[in-house]
Ligand binder design. Structure first.
Ligand code: CTP
Length: 411
């Protein structure tokens, strides 16, 4: 079966070069990409670059087409499954909102009848401008998926909100748009509580004890659960990830705050997934003023264990399914089984951490999902967004087997 086809419109922004990575990553996921560019985009990246990457001619003007027998915007629109603008300038967003069609890309927009996604990139004052806000709201109300920009250094050198979302996040959002077949809402009516990201345990206002977790795996689980119809609350440590749509996010900084929020929300949850990489230690006596390093050449700090959130959630009892994560550097399955028993959870998602390959700070993962009925599901290497669906399948499989086992016991 041929893969899905995406029309990628690149508009004039310094972030245009990131669209090259988006093309590559979409191809890695089996997507065929065709690129159209605005004239301004061509000032940042040459059409030739996208032609070489996509293996297709790149159109900037309708009159560039080598097959003029069929109107190119109509043909391209008919042959594509999604229309995605990456990066989307304020100007192009305004054209889309108003239905202006004064170049090939904007005409293509009007000729296209399927799902549309927009990943904006601009200076923060522009992103905040009421005109841009109104245009973005208009597109959202029309069902256009907006991949929210992130905060960071901007083209002007200023720091602010308006950076194009990272290419892997844009690609995940496009992949979601492409899943057009009605997906089974296997979590409809269920409440899922997920924790994600690292925790920051402060020594002083500018120094923290933490770990390299990015939160990607937990966010992917939250996003997948929401897609499958669950009501999802995501308790997130400090991360730089695009917030998933349709998920309630509770932001926390340290282990104690995460513990409090998880305990508060657990009673109402059917499934709790503890994907956060909670810092195991915290300074015993953090200080509220910045420490001056000139005060000493060496320092030692006393640290203490943070509360074990998973164990506390288990002690709350109830019939909910409790899922832990175990990142190990060796003896993966034996250690994860031991952790599953010790922490008393129902499932344990175990992954081997190999620097730069799987685990922290990368977009792929390879896991083994173990459960307390002896179940074992290996998954990956695969994008974290795919692994998330396998984890949810494993949780539902476990709940089903548990139901059967307890009915057999009762009968
Ligand atoms: N966890 C938690 N609270 C902590 C530490 C960990 O709830 N203070 C959870 C994690 O979210 C994860 C699971 O416990 O779901 C396993 O975390 P991990 O750090 O691998 O296990 P530890 O019990 O801390 O054991 P060790 O670090 O010795 O391997």
């Amino acid at each position: 079966m041929p893969g899905p086809r995406v029309l990628l419109v690149v508009t004039g922004s310094i972030a245009a070069y990131k669209a090259c990575e988006v093309v590559r990553r979409l191809q890695d996921r089996g997507v065929e990409v065709r690129v159209a560019m605005t004239r301004n985009a061509g000032e940042f990246v040459s059409p030739l670059t996208f032609a070489a990457l996509s293996g297709h001619r790149v159109l900037v003007s309708s009159f560039d087409d080598e097959r003029p027998e069929r109107i190119p915007h109509v043909r391209w629109a008919e042959e594509s499954d999604a229309f995605c603008v990456v990066p989307a300038s304020a100007d192009f967003i305004a054209k889309m909102a108003l239905g202006i069609a004064d170049d090939f890309s904007s005409t293509l927009h009007l000729a296209f009848a399927g799902p549309v996604l927009v990943a904006p990139a601009m200076e923060d004052q522009m992103w905040r401008h009421p005109a841009v806000r109104e245009n973005v709201d208009k597109l959202s109300a029309r069902g256009v998926v907006i991949v929210q920009p992130t905060a960071g250094p901007l083209a002007s050198g200023r720091h602010g909100l308006g950076r194009l979302a990272e290419p892997p996040d844009v690609v995940d959002a496009i992949m979601e748009v492409l899943v057009t077949e009605p997906i089974e809402r296997s979590l409809a009516g269920m409440r899922v509580l997920v924790s994600a990201g690292p925790t920051h345990e402060h020594f002083d206002p500018v120094r923290v004890l933490t770990n390299p977790s990015t939160g990607k795996m937990g966010y992917a689980v939250a996003r997948a659960a929401a897609r499958l119809g669950a009501d999802v609350i995501l308790v997130s440590g400090p991360t730089q990830i695009v917030e998933p749509a349709g998920v309630e996010i509770v932001r926390v900084v340290n282990a104690e705050e995460m513990r409090r929020e998880m305990v508060d929300h657990t009673a109402a949850a059917d499934i709790v997934v503890m994907a956060a990489a909670v810092s195991d230690f915290r300074p015993v006596a953090p200080v509220s003023e910045k420490l001056q390093k000139s005060a000493a050449d060496a320092m030692s700090w006393e640290v203490e264990r943070t509360p074990d959130i998973l164990e506390e959630l288990r002690r709350l009892g109830g019939r909910r399914t409790l899922v832990g994560f175990a990142a190990e550097t060796s003896d993966l399955e034996a250690r994860a089984r031991e952790k599953l028993d010790r922490k008393g959870c129902d499932l344990m998602v175990a992954n081997l951490v190999e620097a730069g390959v799987t685990g922290f700070e990368v977009d792929t993962n390879e896991v083994v999902i173990l459960d307390r009925l002896g179940g074992r599901v290996p998954a990956g290497p695969a994008p974290k967004s795919d692994i998330a669906f396998t984890i949810i399948d494993a949780i539902l499989g476990f709940r089903q087997r548990l139901g059967v086992a307890s009915r057999e016991k009762a009968g």
